[in-house]
Design a protein around this ligand. Structure first.
Ligand code: NAP
Length: 313
């Protein structure tokens, strides 16, 4: 398979690069100085693209690669891939579901605890020597708070299971009510927000879910409410979120993702009721290795004419 051209869209994980390089003719797109020239020269040898949550295969790239057969994403989210175009052209698409679910759910709970119990602020309090001047202020209890989950899929369900262990009543909103769960269903995100103290965003980013967390939802959660976003940045209208936090109309936020990564609104840096992570939901050695193995396994399966491991299209 070493003559098959595989284009990696951006740097992801050294192990993945090494495993791809062992098997295929690997092109690193981020190292290319003149992309148009590169595509003109290599478009007939590139048969696969490997993307992730920050770079994938948009319609321009797909159009520039006439021999493209498969896009294998090093992510579960598919928002950086033009799925419609892939369907139209018969290009297969794979992602990395399930293997990252635990990590992302663990991190959602960590964000909830960090925001409510002010873990990062307490850590700064100790390090800066302030403890010697007095005890840290009281914070807010997590156990028993009502948790609303926007998108009760693999990750949403794993968050629900974890939050249940904290004695939290769980409710959710998805497009369809899930028949095999005991959690309370609300038919709109507004109703979910009205009945939740903590709202966790865990749905895929699509045209329908872009800015699904808008001013109305934020104001419904209110000054004691908390938003946790481990989905995608554009789920939240970020300027509205920032102004609600600055004005005290929202109680707090725990964010792993942002509208324009890696740019984070600087107004948030001053706020102690906000915890900011650099999109690390699946960022453990164990999970990233399992994701890389899935990316490589899907490509191998495709080029050996075997069934794909985790097909989307
Ligand atoms: P999943 O199993 O497909 O679950 C997605 C859930 O969202 C489903 O329950 C689906 O239910 C619901 N949903 C879809 N469209 C919706 C809409 N318009 N409104 C409300 N709910 C909707 O996906 P997953 O594996 O849990 O992953 C979820 C997302 O997490 C990914 O797409 C990705 O963006 C994000 N993620 C982030 C990180 C990170 O590092 N922070 C890591 C991994 C994943 P219905 O079909 O019934 O609506």
């Amino acid at each position: 398979m070493d003559s098959i051209g595989v284009l990696m869209a951006c740097p992801m994980f050294t192990y993945l690069e090494e495993e791809l390089e062992k098997r295929f003719n690997l092109f690193r797109f981020w190292k290319v100085a003149d992309r148009a020239e590169f595509l003109k020269e290599n478009c007939n040898s590139i048969r696969a693209v490997v993307g992730n949550a920050s770079a994938g295969a948009d319609s321009d790239l797909i159009n520039a690669l006439p021999k493209l057969e498969i896009v294998s994403s090093f992510s579960v989210g598919l928002d950086k891939i033009d799925l419609g175009k892939c369907r139209e052209k018969g290009i297969r698409v794979t992602n990395t579901p399930d293997v990252l679910t635990d990590d992302v759910a663990d991190l959602a709970i960590a964000l909830i605890l960090a925001v409510l119990r002010r873990i990062c602020e307490s850590d700064r309090y100790v390090r800066s020597g302030l403890w010697k001047k007095g005890d840290f202020k009281l914070t807010t209890k997590f156990s028993g708070k009502s948790v609303g989950i926007l998108g009760l899929g693999r990750i949403g369900m794993a968050i629900a299971t974890r939050a249940e262990a904290f004695g939290c009543p769980i409710s959710y909103y998805s497009r369809k009510e899930k028949p095999d769960t005991k959690y309370k269903y609300y038919p709109s995100v507004l109703e979910l927000a009205a009945n939740s103290q903590i709202l966790v965003v865990a749905c895929p980013l699509t045209e329908e879910t872009r800015h699904i967390i808008n001013r109305e939802v934020i104001d419904t959660l209110g000054p004691k409410g908390v938003i946790i976003n481990i989905g995608r940045g554009p789920h939240v209208d970020e300027p509205e979120l920032v102004s609600a936090l600055v004005e005290g109309r929202l109680g707090g936020a725990g964010l792993d993702v942002y509208e324009h990564e890696p740019h984070v609104p600087e107004e948030l840096f001053k706020l102690d009721n906000v915890v900011l992570l650099p999109h690390v939901g699946s960022g453990t050695w164990e999970t990233r290795t399992a994701m890389a193995d899935l990316v490589v396994g899907n490509l191998e399966a495709h080029f050996l004419n075997k069934p794909l491991l985790t097909p989307v299209v």
